[in-house]
Design a protein around this ligand. Structure first.
Ligand code: WQD
Length: 340
């Protein structure tokens, strides 16, 4: 069985990807510093798959600790690198924390990969690199625009570092630019954990539906979109996880056509905030109390993916609908409430 190392594997997207890897027979190693997740996710993954991935709590910014880990696991076929801080607003308040954590963890990882001759990496990037795209749907050749946050900048710098390292070393890279990951595993045993007031739309909607929040504020109703609210490409986290499987398979079969490949991972469909509220209400039969307020600074007006390249080269496309996304998000919220 090929060994895959998943950094940040107890996190939201990481844990869903670990499950899909195990289902396909890979041997999965997980490292995580547990700064934004809990080790009990490993127990939950085992309860879902009947397989327990090897887990070690590792601080990737600690080069010695990471090198020591690799000295014990040098037969890794590929790495999927999720580990990183991801709160846009927090990155604006504390840029150095984001640059230190996200860049040193990536650089340390790459230095270990070179040292231990590990040849394949799938990198978690984001559609934020496109900023406010001038053309929609956005393709991978769209210009990368000046990052709108230190978080977004760490993704852009991560992409550039990987591109340079791939050129200079025997390392193959697939960078996946995620659009808006939402929803949860059908078991409702894993999903996105919120710390305090949710920043993102979907958890705020589900907490409003659960009565935890009184009212959803819709940030802006005067954008140049079909209904004045921002448009995004929401993708089910399980479809997103499966895109990583497709990328790993492409690298391990040496099917990649370049040492660096970049793919948009989205549905190709744009939904506005009001569309999402309607979709949630339709899927759950729960009315969402909302009001339209001022725009949120830094928000992109509209962004959704051209998914042609991923469909052709990764032989991957999304299969889960916006109803599936809304229902799984609500099931997850209810599972969280039941645990309280
Ligand atoms: C979506 C829309 C808000 C909350 C973020 C990260 C990005 C990526 C995906 C990692 C926007 C509106 C939101 C609310 C609202 N993550 N909204 N009321 O900002 O598109 O992208 O997640 O790669 O890096 O920036 O997601 O869910 O915050 O916002 O009206 O209470 O919902 O204005 O239009 P975003 P989001």
């Amino acid at each position: 069985m090929k060994k895959i190392l998943v950094t940040g594997g107890t996190g939201y997207i990481g844990s869903h990807t670990v499950i899909e890897l195990i289902k396909l027979g890979y041997e999965v190693l997980v490292i995580d510093n547990l700064s934004n997740s809990k080790a009990e996710v490993i127990d939950i993954i085992e309860s879902i798959t009947a397989v327990r991935p090897h887990f070690e709590k590792i601080e990737m910014c600690d080069k010695a600790a990471l090198a020591n880990y690799f000295s014990k696991h040098s037969d890794i076929a590929a790495v999927i690198h999720f580990a990183g801080m991801l709160q846009v607003a927090e990155s604006v308040e504390n840029p150095l924390k984001y640059y230190h954590n996200n860049m040193f963890s990536t650089i340390n990882l790459l230095e270990c990969m070179v040292a231990y001759k590990i040849k394949n990496i799938v990198f978690s990037s984001s559609c934020t690199v496109y900023g406010n795209p001038t053309q929609l749907p956005v393709t991978e050749t769209a210009p990368v625009q000046k990052a709108m946050s230190p978080y977004g900048n760490t993704k852009q710098m991560g992409e550039e570092i990987l591109e340079n390292v791939a050129k200079a070393n025997d390392i193959n890279v697939i960078t996946l630019r995620y659009f808006n990951p939402i929803g949860a595993h059908e078991s409702a045993k894993i999903g996105e954990i919120q710390h305090g007031v949710p920043h993102h739309l979907i958890p705020y909607i589900t907490e409003t539906a659960a009565g935890i929040r009184k009212q959803l504020n819709v940030f802006g109703g005067d954008y140049q979109t079909h209904d004045g609210t921002c448009v995004r490409d929401y993708i089910h986290v399980v479809d997103l996880a499966k895109a990583h499987i497709a990328a790993i398979s492409r690298l391990l079969s040496h099917s990649n056509e370049a040492k660096l490949e970049v793919y948009n991972i989205g549905t190709g469909l744009g939904y506005s905030v009001l569309d999402i509220i309607s979709a949630f209400e339709k899927a759950t039969n729960i009315k969402i109390n909302y009001q339209i307020v001022d725009r949120r600074p830094g928000d992109v007006e509209a962004v959704y993916a051209d998914t042609t390249l991923a469909e052709q080269k990764l032989n991957w496309k999304t299969v889960l609908s916006i109803e599936d996304m809304m229902r799984s998000a609500w099931n997850w919220e209810q599972a969280l409430a039941a645990k309280k």
